[in-house]
Design a protein around this ligand. Structure first.
Ligand code: MG
Length: 383
């Protein structure tokens, strides 16, 4: 058994599963959660979903699958150092993006706009919906029936109105409390991973340059060190060396700062972590400022780059058109989704029907959404 800190999530104190199950024979409860996620359909689809670049733009860029694996790797390392529950951290990391729409943030914004009158669309909430409701793999229950701690970690943000509908995992948003440290660590590891891989992908796509990035403190500090030690290094290796070091200093800052905060707080158990009004895990103020600067830079220079914007505007037109077409005529949906649409409509009227359409669209990969758009709108396309 690993040596857990007093405030780590430990399965003997778990708040359990929605449907009670026998204990696993050789695995921990959180290992079982992780294994269920890896075997889910939503997890496999992450391979063909993207964050910034559309999937067919090239095989070089991160997908949500490789992103989730990077987040899991960072989270596990940090969890182990802080004597947290590594299995739970890995579970939350692998599941954190399961509810994402096709086409990254553009897709999420488009679907949220479509769902405005029907309760909106939040990708965190959708990730929870995937593991609680949408996966159809077990005879005894709907969804994956994960532990409370995994579900708590997956629901990173949530509006107050949605929190009120969610019961146990929604309560902390009403009380303004925190999740366990494993969830807090994954949230920060997610930020470390995407900031750095977006720099890497942006450079590789030729949308960002090293010269531009030297305006950024976090990048420039590592650039200067690498250049001093290896003045002749070729650009690709230099880029990777800089990014590797950026990830390292950011992760070390997170571990050191969190340790300091833990030493002050001296939490006796996970519930004392949960009862705080602020997260216990975090970066130093200096690192927060540098991360903020990098984020702003990426927003202006990468996410709003005209070549990225062309793609995201196309993506949002595709999703809005699909949504309208399906909502106006659910007969266009595949049979099983028609059935869901009718069932939800019986229970919740128009909002229910719209939710079934949003579930269908959110589950699509980038390329499936493009193909489906062709099938629905291109008269030359025979389906
Ligand atoms: Mg993420």
């Amino acid at each position: 058994m690993p040596d857990f800190a007093a405030y780590a999530a430990q399965e003997q104190h778990s708040r359990g599963r929605r449907v009670a199950e026998d204990k696993p024979v050789y695995r921990t409860e959180y290992q079982r959660d992780r294994d269920r996620i890896i075997h889910s359909a939503a997890f496999r689809r992450l391979e063909y979903k993207t964050q910034v670049f559309v999937n067919h733009e090239g095989d070089m860029f991160r997908t949500r699958l490789t992103h989730s694996i990077e987040v899991a790797q960072l989270s596990r390392s940090i969890a182990r150092i802080l004597q947290l529950n590594e299995d739970l951290a890995e579970t939350i990391a692998l599941a954190h993006d399961l509810g994402h729409t096709p086409f990254g943030h553009a897709g999420q914004d488009a679907l949220n706009a479509c769902m405005k009158e029907y309760g909106g669309f939040e990708h965190n909430l959708q990730s929870l919906r995937v593991v609680d409701e949408l996966e159809e793999r077990y005879a005894a229950f709907r969804g994956l029936n994960l532990t409370f701690e995994a579900r708590e970690g997956i629901l990173k943000h949530c509006s107050l109105s949605n929190a009120k509908l969610l019961g146990d995992v929604g309560q902390r948003f009403i009380d303004k409390h925190q999740p366990g440290l494993e969830a807090q660590i994954v949230n920060l590891a997610d930020q470390i991973a995407y900031n750095n891989h977006d720099v890497d992908d942006g450079l590789r796509a030729g949308l960002l340059s090293i010269k531009q990035l030297r305006e950024i403190k976090l990048f420039d500090a590592q650039y200067t060190q690498v250049k001093q030690t290896y003045p002749e290094l070729a650009e690709r290796r230099m880029t990777h060396e800089i990014i590797r070091r950026m990830i390292n200093v950011t992760a070390i800052d997170l571990i050191d700062t969190t340790r300091r905060q833990l030493a002050q707080l001296k939490p006796a158990n996970i519930d004392e972590i949960r009862r705080q009004s602020q997260p216990t895990a975090g970066f130093s103020e200096a690192m927060r400022d540098m991360n903020h600067e990098l984020k702003q830079f990426l927003r202006h220079n990468l996410y709003r780059h005209y070549r990225v914007h062309r793609m995201t505007s196309k993506a949002s037109r595709i999703l809005s058109a699909l949504f309208d077409a399906f909502l106006n005529d659910i007969g266009l949906l595949p049979h099983d989704h028609q059935t869901f649409a009718r069932q939800y409509a019986e229970q919740h009227g128009d909002s229910g029907r719209a939710r079934a359409v949003a579930d269908y669209i959110a589950g699509m990969t980038d390329r499936f959404a493009i193909t489906e758009y062709e099938r629905i709108f291109n008269p030359a396309e025979l389906t």
